[in-house]
Design a protein around this ligand. Structure first.
Ligand code: NAP
Length: 513
């Protein structure tokens, strides 16, 4: 079987050896193989720095934004191919694949529009002039200068398309060349998309590279000016941050890691919030088979309502078909691999020692063999324990944790040790605003759902390009996207001092946010 090529130094390159097999998690069949063995990573990074970077920076923000628009349009032409690969290589149902693929296409489109509004400046501005001396002619100002290194973007297995393009869109708009490294297990979709975009000749040579396969010594070659944006497990994130070369070169690192996200039903637990809350928990447990960094893991409910919430979640899960994602009736497919299946089953067993299983879906899989596929049935546990706030079980699993009052509810939500997202469902405006103040410092995003938005809110787990994504503490302390805020990761904020005439001349090169 041929190996999937990487794209480095402006050309397709294939590693040596047998490579790693990429598997269909529905039936265990091998789809493709990939290897990064023997690839010259140092040369790939240098090519991006010396060829891709200058070519991108010769364009202004609006011109680069136009390229993002072309990428988005081009990707939209081959949707059927992308959906098929997502189904085969990641076990995605059509709805799961849509979040990844339409998320990628939409995010590129969003940044294309946003960048167009910046005009064709080549620097960013941050605030106006500041008088620094008695002489009004001597002024200061903060500007943003695009980094002259490579944006190394390392992604997790669960969003091969959105993870790739969401990160790449921001760096390319900033004028920084990208070397993307998809997770090996699901690299096929990222590889196929990049191959298509490079073949279309939309981007200047060297502005987008892709490394498929194990990262090997990639980080041994980073240099001051490069950046690393990583999404994945907290353990890998720590290893990247502590890499000797990353430390010695002072590389700017953004980490998006695991998170024990909570959903909180207000103390009144009333009918107005109850149904929307239950629907949201079920959606988060089952979309992408619970393999979302933002998925709800902890379900915080008033003690007297715990049984009713568990029963309502169980009733919805009972009616849901699990099996082969090719069958349109199937709502939840397999996990991404047998390894993830084993890890999730082990996690359920660990949690269940203190928080018993309240419900586990049973019954046959639709058109799938449980021995061959990486399936895990949706499982709801109930009861508090230290582990509930510490063990991320990356599958269709959540735990109900009862609370006694609002202070305890907020304290429990904070026990995640820093999370990506929490949602709060309540008809009490004071409770919702108190929650924002109590939880904001330990969460990257808060979804506050009063009954007026229950039916048209965007969802607990959905990351939007216009809002920041990332969370403090355990979640990695990262922040990406967020509209133009995301651009600053790829710029140096520089304080410039000089005469009014020179600063006025500099302003001609600046795009204003
Ligand atoms: P992972 O095992 O940490 O791998 C993530 C990426 O890092 C992969 O591309 C992997 O490549 C690469 N990698 C592994 N070791 C590396 C090293 N020493 N140097 C450089 N890169 C290295 O995570 P995963 O299993 O793919 O993803 C699941 C985890 O990601 C979950 O914990 C989830 O919560 C988290 N996640 C977080 C977010 C977020 O936005 N916060 C989003 C999605 C997922 P290989 O695949 O080739 O090993």
């Amino acid at each position: 079987m041929d190996l999937l090529p990487s794209f480095l130094s402006g050309r397709a390159q294939t590693g040596t050896g047998d490579g790693t097999a990429l598997v269909d998690p529905t039936d265990g069949n091998i789809l493709v193989r990939t290897s990064a063995e023997g690839l010259d990573l140092a040369a790939g990074l240098d090519f991006a720095r010396t060829v891709g970077g200058p070519a991108l920076r010769a364009l202004g923000y609006a011109a680069r934004a136009a390229l993002l628009g072309q990428i988005s349009d081009r990707l939209a032409l081959r949707r059927d191919d992308w959906y098929r690969i997502a189904r085969e290589n990641a076990g995605n149902t059509k709805a799961d694949a849509a979040i990844d693929i339409e998320g990628a296409i939409g995010t590129l489109k969003y940044f294309a529009k946003l960048g167009a509004a910046l005009g064709n400046g080549t620097l960013l501005s941050d605030g106006g002039d500041i008088r620094l001396a008695r002489d009004p002619n001597f002024l200061g100002r903060h500007i943003g200068v695009p980094a002259k290194g490579v944006a190394i973007q390392i992604n997790a297995f669960n969003f091969p398309a959105w993870g790739l393009w969401g990160k790449a869109a921001v760096a390319l708009l900033a004028g920084v060349p990208v070397l993307a490294k998809p997770a090996t297990a699901t690299a096929w979709l990222a590889q196929a998309m990049v191959a298509d975009i490079l073949a279309a000749g939309i981007l200047p040579a060297g502005s987008l590279s892709l490394l498929c396969g194990a990262p090997g010594g990639l980080l041994d070659h980073v240099r001051c000016g490069d950046t690393i944006a990583f999404t994945g497990s907290a353990g890998t994130g720590r290893a990247i941050r502590r890499h000797p070369r990353v430390e010695s070169e002072g590389i700017r690192v953004n980490i998006e890691a695991d998170s024990l996200n909570a959903a909180l039903l207000g103390p009144e637990g009333d009918a107005a919030s109850f149904d929307g809350f239950v629907r949201e928990v079920v959606r988060e447990m089952t979309v992408k088979a619970g393999q979302k960094c933002t998925a709800i893991r902890r379900v915080l409910v008033p003690g007297p309502r715990a049984r009713a919430v568990a029963d309502a979640i169980a009733a919805l899960l009972d009616g849901l078909a699990v099996g082969n994602p090719a069958d349109p009736a199937v709502a939840m497919g397999p996990l991404v691999s047998k390894a993830q299946q084993a890890d999730v089953e082990a996690g359920i067993a660990q949690l269940a020692a203190a928080s018993p299983v309240a419900y586990r879906k049973s019954g046959a899989l639709v058109e799938a063999d449980p021995a061959k596929g990486a399936f895990v049935m949706p499982t709801l546990l109930s009861g508090d324990s230290d582990l509930v706030h510490d063990r991320e079980v990356f599958g269709p699993v959540a735990t109900i944790v009862p609370y006694a009052g609002r202070d305890e509810a907020f304290a429990l939500a904070r026990r995640g040790g820093g999370s990506l997202a929490a949602s709060v469902f309540s008809a009490d405006p004071d409770f919702l605003t108190d929650a924002a103040a109590a939880l904001g410092d330990s969460h990257g995003r808060l979804l506050l759902v009063d009954p007026s938005v229950t039916d048209n809110q965007t969802g607990h787990g959905i990351v939007l390009p216009s809002l920041l994504h990332g969370g403090p503490g355990r979640a990695g302390d990262g922040a990406e996207l967020g509209g133009l805020k995301g651009l600053w990761f790829y710029h140096q904020r520089t304080a410039v001092q000089g005469s009014a005439a020179i600063l006025a001349k500099l302003a001609e090169r600046q795009s204003r946010e």
